[in-house]
Design a protein around this ligand. Structure first.
Ligand SMILES: [Zn+2]
Length: 305
């Protein structure tokens, strides 16, 4: 396995034409009615079930990693402004093993240790939102601790050689889904919860996003925390740090205001699901699911093109 930077270097040496990099490439989740997803006030409190976490790390370490993932978004900076977004993630430990996933105004962060939807998915985030307004009401994040073990790659690079994944990096990516961000590329075949195909999204500049399977995706897309996959342990650690486009997303969707006050979601729950990332059909009928999938083989093929 090689890192993304090796991929870019290979292309440059090969003399392939250099595509102009778009100035920005963040992508918002859009409901089936076309409304971009967003919290009314972006202050999700994530209830982290730490009653019986996977044994590779202790509960305080998992909690610290998840809180750091939240800080990455809460401290998004752009154009020299230290904190340009109203996003405030709060991660609190709760003593249960795994709280329920569903529309209950409780945002969960849980480990799945007995089974998982997809053996290649590191995690799945279900976002519940109002179809017409796009207001996000609830988001639940399930971490695949059935097919993977979890660790801290920054502190323990020796874990690169195992089936372990970087917990903080993955949670940082999933928290991007929690605040309404989609992947920076398109996965044909993605469908809404009712089975209707998700149209190709456009990025913040109005440009249709490229297929995730394209071989010459620019670094601005593949280097984002919201890129669809991780190809190497180093790339997983990179997910912890927002790319400029990730930060721009947080700061433009939720611009910082001096008198900001966190409020609970408004209104009654009306429609579950309605926009977002793909997941194999049948996995979940009542929610949007976003997956972060390891595409090791696909990346190897890409490099050889
Ligand atoms: Zn994802």
């Amino acid at each position: 396995m090689k890192t993304r930077s090796v991929l870019i270097l290979t292309l440059a040496v090969a003399g392939l034409p250099t595509l102009p990099l778009p100035a920005a490439a963040y992508v918002r989740t859009v409901t089936e009615a076309g409304a971009p997803s967003a919290w009314k006030t972006p202050c999700p409190t994530m209830e982290f079930s730490l009653g019986a976490p996977p044994p590779e790390m202790d509960a305080p370490s998992y909690l610290a990693a998840a809180q750091a993932a939240g800080v990455a978004w809460s401290q998004a900076s752009m154009n020299g402004i230290d904190r340009c977004s109203n996003v405030i993630f709060t991660v609190v430990p709760v003593p249960d093993v795994a709280g329920p996933v569903g529309m209950d105004y409780h945002n969960r962060l849980i480990f799945r240790q007995d089974s998982f939807y997809d053996p290649y998915a590191l995690a799945i985030t279900s976002v519940f939102q109002l179809k017409n307004s796009g207001e996000i009401l609830d988001a639940d994040l399930e971490v695949n601790a059935y097919n993977f073990t979890w660790g801290d790659f920054a502190a323990h690079p020796e874990l690169f050689q195992t089936n372990t994944q970087d917990f903080q990096g993955t949670v940082t990516h999933e928290f991007g889904h929690v605040i309404g961000l989609d992947h920076t590329c398109y996965e044909p075949g993605a469908a809404f919860a009712d089975g209707k195909p998700i149209p190709r999204p456009t990025d913040n500049l109005g440009n249709p996003v490229p297929d995730c399977s394209d071989y010459d995706l620019p670094a601005v897309i593949t280097g984002a925390t919201m890129y669809v996959s991780v190809a190497s342990p180093a790339a997983e650690v990179e997910l912890r740090s927002l790319s400029p486009d990730d930060a721009q997303a947080a700061c433009e969707i939720y611009p910082v205001t001096p008198d900001f006050v966190c409020l609970p979601p408004s209104g009654a729950y009306e429609v579950a699901g309605g926009g977002g990332c793909s997941y194999p059909a049948g996995a979940r009928r009542d929610s949007i699911a976003c997956v972060l999938v390891l595409l090791v083989m696909a990346t190897v093929v890409r490099r050889r093109r």
